[in-house]
Design a protein around this ligand. Structure first.
Ligand code: NAD
Ligand code: TYD
Length: 355
């Protein structure tokens, strides 16, 4: 039995990872540690809440005492640190919380794991590993050609990507200084079930269904390299098991699409399958995001060669699966879009000028 301490397991990718691992393996125990911010939702994990191989703690990754106690309660083999503030727009409005959770929280997780696993000076319990879930946004923005490689220099622009890059540097420092066993994965934009509807795909989906305006930042020609979330979970599983200690692995590739294409794809899917009164007349080109990165694109050759991973789900299939999931789970969307989020959303977009 291998025991994983997963942080942020009630969020979008974290909950997909918890479900993926518990379904795939019989010899895996998952300890999920989540503060349950606006983005954390235990409803995602209803199907496993009574599973004896799953345990949930509500705790902040910055809390030394709470995390130390969790390490004392369980014989942890692997840490997978998903917990983060994850939305670029929020980081522009309020950068401090991104430093607290993404930087200080990561350093706290590293310190607690190091103390729990240490067997001597620079030696640790056999087989343990700390995996930091990072993002391609730490590399900055690409021009029209080229791809991010693991050797691309870090050049983050937003407070979000700067906090993730800082965290990555601390993970590297723990590896370099204390010979602490680490890996970093840097993934492109994910999409799929359970994504909070502040992010582009579920937001456009939700707004189209509700006949609300569809905000497209700037000219809508920014490009993201979209990865179906299950493919990301698979990559993390592979890196935890077989990644070479100290290495960084980029995850993504071959699914680059401009934002406006994504928006039009969602509209036409809903028009065909749900409501023929929706249409492109609902698109509103609004003031661009400050410092908006133009293009992200991953070269996944390293993880392909080293571990045999590749992005299995073509965008055309993944987007249909995702849209179907949101249609089949309207109650989930209703539950997360009521309350705090709705107030935030109204405040964010009521002030945005149409171009
Ligand atoms: P999310 O916002 O959906 O979930 C984040 C989770 O972390 C939530 O459950 C939240 O409650 C929890 N959390 C926040 N602060 C916490 C704290 N201080 N202590 C404990 N828990 C806390 O995010 P996501 O989209 O699932 O992203 C997960 C990770 O993957 C993040 O580290 C993000 O940087 C990275 N990532 C995301 C994407 C993407 O497209 N979503 C792409 C690449 C990398
Ligand atoms: P987002 O889902 O916030 O992810 P990230 O900023 O981490 O890439 O945004 C994806 C792209 O979509 C990004 O270029 C910003 C753009 N976008 C819009 O045009 N309108 C929106 O309402 C949102 C949320 C994003």
């Amino acid at each position: 039995m291998k025991t994983y301490l997963v942080t942020g397991g009630a969020g979008f990718i974290g909950s997909n990872f918890v479900l993926y691992m518990l379904n795939k393996y019989d010899d895996v125990m998952i300890i999920n540690v989540d503060k349950l911010t606006y983005a954390g939702n235990l409803e995602n994990l209803k199907s496993v809440e009574n599973n004896p191989r799953y345990k949930f703690y509500q705790a902040d990754i910055c809390d030394r005492e709470a995390i130390t106690e969790i390490f004392a309660n369980h014989d942890i083999d692997y840490v997978v640190n998903f917990a983060a503030e994850s939305h670029v727009d929020r980081s522009i409005a309020n950068p401090e919380i991104f430093v607290e959770t993404n930087v200080l929280g990561t350093v706290n997780m590293l310190q607690c794991a190091k103390v729990a696993w240490q067997t001597g000076d620079d030696t640790y319990k056999e087989g343990v590993k700390y995996l930091q879930v990072s993002t391609d946004e730490v590399y900055g923005s690409l021009g029209e050609t080229g791809y991010f490689m693991e050797t691309t220099p870090l050049d983050p622009h937003s407070p979000y990507s700067s906090s993730k890059a800082s965290a990555d540097l601390f993970v590297k420092a723990f590896g370099d200084t204390y010979k602490f066993p680490v890996n970093i994965t840097r993934c492109s934009n994910n999409y799929g079930p359970y994504q909070f509807p502040e992010k582009l795909i579920p937001l456009i989906m939700n707004n189209t269904l509700k006949h609300k305006d569809l905000p497209v930042y700037g000219d809508g020609m920014q490009i993201r390299d979209w990865l179906y979330v299950e493919d990301h979970c698979k990559a993390i599983d592979m890196v935890v098991r077989d990644g070479v200690l100290g290495e960084v692995y980029n995850v993504g590739g071959h699914n680059e699409r401009p934002n406006i294409f994504i928006v039009k794809t969602i509209i036409s899917y809903i028009k065909e399958n749900v409501d023929d009164t929706v249409g492109e007349h609902m698109i509103r080109y609004v003031t661009d995001r400050k410092g908006h990165d133009r293009r992200y694109g991953i070269d996944p050759q390293k993880i392909k060669d080293a571990l045999g991973w590749y992005p299995e789900t073509p965008f055309e299939i993944g987007i249909k699966k995702t849209l179907k999931w949101y249609l089949d789970n309207k109650e989930w969307v209703e539950n997360v879009t009521s309350g705090e989020y709705q107030k935030y959303y109204d405040k964010m977009y009521s002030g945005k000028e149409e171009l």
